[in-house]
Design a protein around this ligand. Structure first.
Ligand code: PHB
Length: 393
């Protein structure tokens, strides 16, 4: 008996090996691989940490099997450097044979990989980067983060309605900053306001001081700011050092500047700052309360909007696989994603079938103290906002 069993087992192993070598469909398709490329080190490491934790939490909560396939997440650190992102994407496609590329912590990193997604017909889920034109770089890109114009027009509307006639703008000098600068100016101008000064600051090693001196001298009604997630503390520190918090110039921004990872460490000087964005850890819904509790337990920090982009990106992948019954044809998966809608921790969201971009609520928020900690507390909502740039085309 023993020897027969041993023979059977050996035979099964040999057969399995032969099928694997031949790329036999039965065994090769048991696992669906997701290549998650993120800045895990360097100045944007907080984005990587947040998205990785959310993706792992999603798998832990929903299970590592979907539509009969085992899900394998392969996380790679691109350090926030486009050449590295491209090389990693190539390796994931060729060596690991991933069915999805995901992550993309900054706009240039998404641009670097878009041609590879097109060539290999692989769905590319943008969980972080937020320049409007990213989704136009490949028909295989689907986005679960946001766009800067989408979250900026709300703060321009709020400013116009709240006595801001003259504003200055300060943005990081690359795709999302330029998008934010234009959206803010167009919208405020249309409402009868005026942008009296525009400054772009380098993305890396920014020094805000010289510009803040100009703002202090010019005394506009408001200063509108966009800097990417992780940089906001540095900005706020220099804003206060220049005495601008006491100058009567109102600080308004997109929620990138006051993201949940850093807002509490900004201190009481940040109290009262008005921003617009699509996610706050303080969002009042049962889905978000469950998400924040589970994320905080797993990662020991508050989730920020990057985490939500990662969580919903995983949801999109899982639901698309359910729709294709586990088939991994890239074109079929992207088709399955188009028009999908669900309730995210951030509120109701959907994927626009035409643009493959996200449609979502944008909230107006004020920094307040809740149970002794600073939060972006939502007080009004623009519902189901598409990317206004593509909606206008
Ligand atoms: C981007 O590079 O597209 C980006 C990164 C971080 C943000 C917003 C946009 O907070």
């Amino acid at each position: 008996m023993t020897s027969r069993f041993a023979f059977t087992r050996r035979a099964a192993i040999a057969l399995g090996g032969a099928l694997m070598l031949a790329g036999g469909p039965a065994l090769a398709q048991e696992t669906v691989k997701i290549g998650l490329i993120l800045p895990m080190t360097g100045p944007f490491a907080s984005t990587g940490r947040q998205i990785e934790a959310a993706a792992k939490l999603y798998i832990a909560e929903k299970g590592a099997t979907v539509a009969g396939k085992k899900v394998e997440l392969i996380v790679k650190d691109d350090t926030g450097t486009p050449d590295v992102t491209r090389r990693i994407a190539q390796e994931l496609l060729v060596n690991d044979k991933v069915s999805f590329l995901a992550g993309f912590g900054l706009t240039p990193l998404a641009f670097a990989v878009a041609p590879l997604a097109t060539q290999s017909k692989t769905p590319m889920i943008v969980m972080a980067a937020a320049t409007s034109s990213i989704t136009e770089q490949s028909p295989f890109i689907v986005r679960t983060s946001f766009t800067l114009p989408q979250v900026t027009i709300g703060i321009a509307d709020w400013a116009a309605k709240n006595g801001v006639k003259k504003a200055m703008t300060l943005v990081s000098d690359y795709g999302p900053g330029i998008d934010a600068e234009k959206a803010f100016k167009d919208r405020l101008t249309a409402a009868g306001g005026e942008v009296t000064g525009e400054v772009r600051i380098p993305l890396r090693n920014p020094d805000f001081a010289p510009f803040l001196q100009r703002v202090s001298d010019a005394k506009p009604d408001a200063l509108f700011v966009f800097v990417p997630s992780g940089v906001g503390s540095q900005f706020m520190k220099q804003f206060v050092e220049r005495g601008l918090d006491k100058s009567g110039v109102r600080l308004i921004a997109t929620g990138d500047v006051t993201d949940d990872d850093i807002v509490d460490s900004m201190g009481d000087v940040a109290l009262g700052t008005i921003t617009t964005h699509h996610y706050s850890a303080n969002h009042n819904s049962p889905e978000n309360k469950a998400f924040v509790a589970a994320f905080t337990k797993a990662a020991n920090v508050r989730p920020n909007f990057m985490a939500v982009g990662g969580w919903d990106g995983m949801h999109l992948i899982y639901e698309a696989l359910k729709k294709t019954n586990g088939a991994t044809d890239g074109t079929a998966l992207v088709e399955a994603m188009k028009g999908m809608s669900w309730t995210s921790p951030r509120g109701p969201i959907s994927i626009d079938a035409k643009t493959r971009d996200i449609v979502q609520n944008v909230y107006v928020r004020k920094i307040e103290k809740v149970d002794g900690q600073l939060y972006n507390v939502e007080f009004s909502t623009f519902e189901a906002v598409p990317d206004p740039v593509k909606a206008g085309k």
